[in-house]
Design a protein around this ligand. Structure first.
Ligand code: ZN
Length: 276
């Protein structure tokens, strides 16, 4: 942990330090070796929070993007259950930064416990399994309402560059077809509509995650993957066809929004800084 209570205040670990856990009151020892992130550890037993993950440099960098009082904040449920969130913003958003794999059961428990929760996942361990493909138009745009995209996947070289059916162009062959029902027809390439797509681009792309960490695809709280770039990849469902997509959100905007929005649903919803 980054903090223990020392002399009635929260302190970061220092060589030879002794303190108490802000959550359970147990004694803590500072760990300040040359090859570890300086941290506090419970004396003689496991962490009192079974959800706690050993901290990496990546965890610590994320926490340090936020003011000190936002880091390692305990939350008690009405039934008395207590856990420590990595980050809680002044507006009441909980952020859990997660490096390791997680079971469905734990992911579901944590979402139920914190509720107004957003996940930030360390993507570096699986970056080589994660491909980002062509742009998609804003799913709310008029253009998007007419297009059914062919699902991109690694080695699907056509679909990866952008192939689609137009609902309007296939009404003769499939009368009454809608986006939700049209699954074949006259196929077109994105190069024909590239300018229109760019004009309504809001960060959405097709992607393929080979051997995905599936629990994140089923999450009910928003999931943002951090590959170590200036933007995060938010996992989304694009439209009523069920097409999965990612949306690129500038890390700066994410940090601004979690500090000002009250609900995780409103993160990255108000304005869009474009990266391409
Ligand atoms: Zn404790």
């Amino acid at each position: 942990m980054q903090y223990a209570i020392v002399d009635d205040g929260r302190r970061e670990a220092f060589r030879g330090g002794r303190g108490t856990c802000p959550t359970c009151g147990a004694s803590m020892h500072a760990k300040c070796g040359p090859r570890v992130i300086h941290h506090w550890a419970h004396q003689g037993r496991r962490n009192c929070d079974p959800w706690w993950e050993n901290e990496t440099q990546w965890h610590r960098e994320w926490k340090n993007l936020f003011p000190e009082p936002c880091r390692e904040v305990s939350h008690t449920a009405p039934n008395g259950e207590i856990h420590r969130a990595d980050i809680k913003t002044p507006t009441g958003i909980y952020i859990e930064v997660q490096h390791s794999r997680m079971t469905d059961a734990e992911r579901i428990s944590r979402e139920a416990f914190y509720q107004n929760l957003v996940w930030v996942i360390d993507g570096k361990p699986f970056r080589k399994n994660f491909d980002i493909y062509h742009m998609l138009p804003d799913p709310m745009s008029d253009l998007a309402q007419d297009l059914v995209w062919s699902k991109a996947a690694r080695r699907m070289n056509g679909a990866n560059r952008g192939l689609f059916f137009r609902v309007s162009a296939n009404q003769d062959d499939f009368p009454g077809a809608t986006k939700a029902t049209l699954r074949s027809g006259w196929i077109e390439g994105i190069d024909k509509i590239e300018a229109e797509v760019k004009a309504s681009y809001r960060g959405h792309h097709q992607y393929d995650w080979v051997r995905p960490r599936k629990t994140w695809l089923d999450a009910t709280c928003p999931v943002y993957i951090d590959f170590g770039d200036d933007w995060l990849c938010r996992l989304e469902v694009y439209d009523e066809t069920g097409l999965k997509c990612i949306r690129l959100v500038a890390k700066r905007q994410f940090i601004h929004d979690v500090m000002t929005e009250a609900s995780v649903a409103d993160i990255a919803s108000r304005f869009y800084s474009i990266s391409s």
